[in-house]
Design a protein around this ligand. Structure first.
Ligand SMILES: NC(=O)c1ccc[n+]([C@@H]2O[C@H](COP(=O)([O-])OP(=O)(O)OC[C@H]3O[C@@H](n4cnc5c(N)ncnc54)[C@H](O)[C@@H]3O)[C@@H](O)[C@H]2O)c1
Length: 263
């Protein structure tokens, strides 16, 4: 909820003036002394699922009216069926595209900046991420910071690592085509990177970086190396377990707002 409240395009009833002004409009009129939130909101990327649907991506690029798409991937995935399907689909429709295939597995600020500098140097109007969480997260950062070309890398990263500012422009359209089956990055507003000098992982957390379209094609996962398939499974398990260990949504406001409310 706190993340949603900080986003510019929030629901007007549950945001509007930052954390302190939250829920002033539609909070039920009760005498309860309990402090917290009473609603949650779910916004998802459009998700298309089906065996072989990767071959349709060229039509999606046309529908977006894109003239200059960039495919982002890593050097392993660039050799797989998934990448070839995407490239063939665009080529068949006569769509010209560039490829950035230097994404680092477990991206760092430095490796993401390499992708951002590449995409800023051309006028790309649409991004296609073909790969696992590392590729999709890197592409989100590139699509966001290419459209906000004056911003520094850490401007939109929450404190304490970043400035926690809000972007003035949304991310450029992003089609995410996952080739692993664990992170769920194709639908989240999160992009994670390593900060080796701080010995930490940090991330962008903004609803504006949810991919515009997720194309989930089970055939793209068949080439996953054995260990990547196993670790993807553990990623799903951990996400599921977090549902039991995370602070409930109705306690989040209390947790963050205790000081502001002087209680
Ligand atoms: N944004 C989010 O919501 C979110 C959630 C969880 C994790 N993450 C991030 O995702 C990253 C991990 O992503 P991941 O687990 O998907 O792995 P990955 O993208 O790091 O890929 C792991 C390895 O598998 C290879 N690979 C991937 N798909 C393949 C395929 N189909 N065929 C052959 N090789 C393939 C890659 O080249 C790479 O070497 C981490 O950086 C993590 O922080 C993000």
């Amino acid at each position: 909820m706190t993340r949603l409240n900080q986003s510019k395009t929030c629901c007007p009833h549950h945001s509007g003036g930052g954390i302190d002004a939250v829920c002033n409009i539609s909070r039920p009129n009760t005498n309860s002394s309990e402090v917290g939130d009473y609603a949650f909101e779910m916004i998802n990327s459009t998700l298309r699922f089906g065996k072989g649907v990767t071959a349709e991506v060229g039509y999606d690029v046309q529908n977006f009216g894109s003239k200059r798409p960039l495919i982002v991937t890593d050097s392993n995935v660039a050799e797989t069926r998934a990448f070839k399907e995407v490239a063939n689909s665009l080529t068949k429709l006569g769509i010209k595209f560039d490829v950035f295939d230097k994404v680092r597995c477990e991206p760092s600020q430095k490796s993401m900046e390499e992708a951002i500098n590449f995409s800023r140097s051309k006028n790309y109007d649409l991004f296609i991420a073909v790969g696992g969480g590392s590729v999709i997260d890197t592409t989100k950062a590139a699509a966001l910071l290419t459209n906000n070309s004056d911003a520094d890398f850490l401007d939109f990263v929450p404190q304490p690592f970043g400035k926690g500012s809000l972007p003035s422009k949304p991310m450029l359209p992003l089609i995410a085509i996952p080739t692993t089956a664990g992170t769920g990055s194709e639908t989240t507003g999160v992009s994670i990177f390593d900060l080796p000098e701080k010995k930490s992982k940090a991330g962008f957390r903004l609803r504006t970086i949810k991919p515009t379209l997720a194309i989930v094609d089970p055939l793209n996962m068949l080439t996953m190396p054995r260990n990547v398939a196993i670790y993807s499974g553990f990623d799903v398990l951990c996400h599921a377990l977090e549902s039991f260990t995370a602070t409930p949504y109705y306690k989040v406001l209390f947790f963050y707002n205790r000081k502001a409310l002087k209680i």
